[in-house]
Design a protein around this ligand. Structure first.
Ligand SMILES: Nc1ncnc2c1ncn2[C@@H]1O[C@H](COP(=O)(O)OP(=O)(O)OP(=O)(O)O)[C@@H](O)[C@H]1O
Length: 429
């Protein structure tokens, strides 16, 4: 590999599967004297190129069937590509498919050594890693039972235990496999975080929040092709829009209704702030949020700096551009890294809203106490949808419409979103 730091290079990689309408077509094709073609070609990967540098943690996202597993299988050499090349330098440890590299008839212990030898470790080297693997897997006496008797949770514990304790230079993890209870998941994530300090990690996930948290880069695949390769927060916004069949656009480009809509409303005391036209929005524009405001409840003053426990009102003004049934109003509060601190909406509050007509202008208000979040900047993204929580259409979702600064008076700098309300400490004699 030419670049010193490049540990994975994928060049013009394609994987084509032959699809037959029925099983006999395969036979007919192989026997056809005139070499008649009975199959259709399906590109699971199409002309993929990218490289990964040492130390990067790259998230691979994409909806079901987009080619994520196929790509990882090509990188780990489990699958032969139809064309193109994959070059990998460094010891790869992968957790891709349940069962890959494991023999179900062997005991857990035997499988640890089998995996080790596949990775190129001697028995003595694996002896020295055994304790760590066993303590990570924590499956007790089951380690001496054949793997085929394991529950899937136990199996993943063992597979993960091996994958992350064999000193990989490149760790490849399909997050879908990080099943098991929350403690085990947290343990896996902690270990991945530890490894990512000096290793290269490829992390496949459907969960954009997890990708945002772990990765410094994300590759978004769709229909076997790279849609975007870039900074997680930016890619996440467009991926999110794509997943709800919308396009991320600028607020200013949203369709306007015929009449100019007022952004000032005298029906309550304060001005509703108009939306910054440069903000990113998604949705089908059947409704448009035309104003938002965060108000200190007792004083009715607009606020941009808030304190824990402060009683606040969030006003959202919506202009409807057509008749809509069961609108839902909601918002999310995110930290500066894009982690969602909380989301709320009228639907989960059992607040069924009346149907609306075209050109209706409605004001909505959420009231809440500001949670004891840590100091720093947070953003509020309001949204209008319609339908139900499980099946809804997004009409207008404005990313980061309001920015607030949290002042908590706390000086300590410890990880975590928030501090505990009423936190006290004492030693007990
Ligand atoms: N052996 C195969 N024969 C035919 N098609 C296949 C084969 N393996 C995978 N595919 C197809 O290739 C496409 C990509 O599959 P892949 O498993 O890589 O997707 P994915 O992004 O990992 O999906 P998921 O998120 O559901 O795991 C899918 O449409 C899948 O049906």
């Amino acid at each position: 590999m030419s670049h010193l730091n490049t540990v994975i290079r994928v060049s013009q990689l394609s994987k084509v599967y032959k699809l037959y309408d029925n099983p006999t077509d395969r036979l007919k094709e192989s026997l056809s004297p005139l070499r008649r073609i009975y199959h259709k070609e399906f590109y699971a990967l199409k002309d993929i190129s990218f490289s990964v540098n040492k130390g990067e943690t790259v998230g691979i996202i994409g909806r079901n069937g987009s080619g994520k597993s196929t790509l990882l299988k090509a990188i780990t050499n489990v699958m032969t590509p139809t064309s193109g090349q994959v070059n990998v330098s460094g010891k790869v440890s992968a957790l891709l498919e349940l069962g890959a590299g494991f023999n179900p008839d062997f005991t857990g212990m035997e499988n640890i050594y089998l995996n080790g030898s596949i990775m190129g470790f001697s028995k003595e080297e694996m002896d020295s890693k055994l304790e760590q693997i066993l303590s990570f897997a924590d499956i007790g006496d089951f380690i001496n039972q054949p793997v085929k008797t394991y529950s899937s949770g136990m199996f993943v514990r063992l597979a993960f235990g091996v994958a992350i304790n064999v000193d990989p230079e490149i760790l490849i993890v399909d997050e879908a496999l990080a099943v098991g209870d929350i403690r085990f998941q947290q343990k896996c994530f902690r270990k991945i975080e530890e490894l990512q300090q000096d290793k290269t990690v490829l992390f496949v996930s459907h969960d954009i929040a997890a990708v945002n948290k772990f990765c410094n880069r994300v590759i978004w695949l769709n229909d076997g092709m790279i849609v975007e390769d870039g900074e997680p927060e930016e890619v996440a916004k467009r991926y999110q829009a794509f997943m709800i069949n919308s396009q991320l656009k600028k607020y200013e480009s949203m369709s306007e209704s015929k009449e100019e809509t007022p952004v000032r409303d005298d029906s309550y005391e304060q001005d509703i702030e108009p939306i910054d036209p440069s903000l990113d929005v998604l949705g089908d524009s059947k409704a448009k949020i035309i104003g938002i405001s965060l108000i200190d409840a007792p004083s009715n003053e607009k606020v941009t700096v808030v304190q824990p426990g402060q009683k606040l009102k969030l006003f959202i003004k919506v202009k409807y551009n057509c008749v809509l049934r069961s609108p839902i109003i909601g918002a999310s509060l995110k930290d500066r890294l894009g982690n969602i601190v909380t989301q709320f909406n009228s639907y989960v509050l059992d607040n069924t809203l009346d149907n609306v007509d075209e050109n209706d202008l409605k004001d909505y208000c959420f009231e809440f106490l500001m949670p004891p979040l840590k100091s720093g900047f947070y953003s509020i993204s309001p949204a209008v949808a319609s339908g139900s929580q499980s099946d809804h259409v997004q009409h207008c979702w404005i990313h980061d419409a309001l920015i607030v600064r949290m002042e908590d008076g706390q000086t300590y700098d410890l990880p975590g979103y928030m501090f505990l309300d009423g936190l006290k400490f004492r030693a007990i004699d």
